[in-house]
Design a protein around this ligand. Sequence first.
Ligand SMILES: Nc1ncnc2c1ncn2[C@@H]1O[C@H](COP(=O)(O)OP(=O)(O)OP(=O)(O)O)[C@@H](O)[C@H]1O
Ligand SMILES: [Mg+2]
Length: 526
Amino acid sequence: MISSADLTKPHTWFPFARAMKRKIIYHCGPTNSGKTYNALQKFMEAKKGIYCSPLRLLAMEVFDKVNALGVYCSLYTGQEKKHVPFSNHIACTVEMVSTEELYDVAVIDEIQMMADSCRGYAWTRALLGLKADEIHLCGDPSVLDIVKKICSETGDELYEQHYERFKPLVVEAKTLLGDLKNVRSGDCIVAFSRREIFEVKMAIEKHSNHRCCVIYGALPPETRRQQANLFNDQDSEYDVLVASDAVGMGLNLNIRRVVFNSLSKYNGDKIVPVPPSQVKQIAGRAGRRGSRYPDGLTTTLQLEDLDYLIDCLKQPFENVNKVGLFPFFEQVELFAGQLPDISFAHLLEKFGENCRLDGSYFLCRHDHIKKVANMLEKVQGLSLEDRFNFCFAPVNFRDPKAMYHLHRFAAQYSIKVPVSIAMGMPKGSARNDAELQDLETKHQVLSVYLWLSQHFKKEIFPYKKKAEEMAIDIADLLGQSLIKACWKPESRQGGNPRPQQEEDGHERHKGDGYRRPNSLVKIYEK
Ligand SMILES: Nc1ncnc2c1ncn2[C@@H]1O[C@H](COP(=O)(O)OP(=O)(O)OP(=O)(O)O)[C@@H](O)[C@H]1O
Ligand SMILES: [Mg+2]
């Protein structure tokens, strides 16, 4: 009989944070309502502050913005550390936040991600564990109740600050009538697979005078940023953006109208309707304050999708009643003591079956971790802790080449030889989709190398500098390739579109059924 793994009372895991009485300010509201802006003001005014971002791209954006305003700020993500001398401020990705360091002000952006089925634990950990006198949470109202409950357990004071959208989002009932010729300058066409994105780009460039930038999950943040800048730049000829839900979070883009190419997506298993919360978040990208288009519009390509769009926008934010947790290594290690002879993947499975949780928490999905654990099973000489750490490397497990390199890194690490990059630089920008995918994979591999070099002893990953240089060059080549891309996309394995990768937010809410309203509403207020 195995005794259970205890994940109850997670607030007691952070005794130092519990010894403080923290002031928590929840900036609560829909997209484009100034939540992050206001929280960042407090961050910048603080003597010592930390900003926790859902995405590398957003962390980089805050890093640039804050430094440009004269507040020295460092950047800390899984892949890079940019230390700015004399800085007392850090912009980091939420997974990287330290619960050891003391801060005056912390910002946790997109707090509703606590309920994300895969990454939720990182937000929960930040909220429970941050040692900051003042913590600003930014997000929609879906986790407000559960945050209240958590604060009553932790003994922190909670203040709410509610926001409304600066300008209402207007639904265009006309739609594009199924014809991409009807796109206009400032449109962002949203498609949910890489393949669809390139098909849309090709069709628009073939049948109109518009030129398209693209943003999707497999592109490095630097390339996404380059594409976003090109689209935002009024003087460039690139006036249309074709993007996946990778644009859904926090980015400031000059979008006049968000047009949904379709409203269903592959969730890693089957094609499902896009959940309303996500539709709202993406549609909310249109019409940002201070941008060229302060009034936002949204619509669909096909008339038959319009009802679902309106229905999603009308739905109130749902109330989440559980948020994510994942054990620390020490908790897994303690559990492993009872099962000395089983594989790591099996151990994780047993942990999942036997763990006890309080009613407000769920154990985050860890299929990705198990896949890596299985692949590394045969690599001898890795300690339990090494395996645990390798499994968190941000690898796209659907990409066999990337998995091969991760395996190789682990194998070299296990025999304690310096881990090599062993990958040549491409000769130039991509001339077809296969070459483009190759660039994406190469960047992925370098990104994993850089991540490992930050999470393991430096001496074992001595080619960090080289990997950084190569990653910059490849991101650049990807940018150049996208500018001239006009080829038909190829399928990856099996032709299924890929679900979003790690950083782009996972399926958050289940069971959002497809319902059609009877009436058509043209103006939507939130
Ligand atoms: N008081 C303000 N003065 C000037 N600009 C502002 C102000 N408040 C917000 N903005 C600008 O409006 C835009 C939207 O604000 P912000 O990013 O804070 O919205 P948000 O509520 O965090 O949206 P999202 O949910 O999409 O992250 C940003 O470009 C921001 O700089
Ligand atoms: Mg924001």
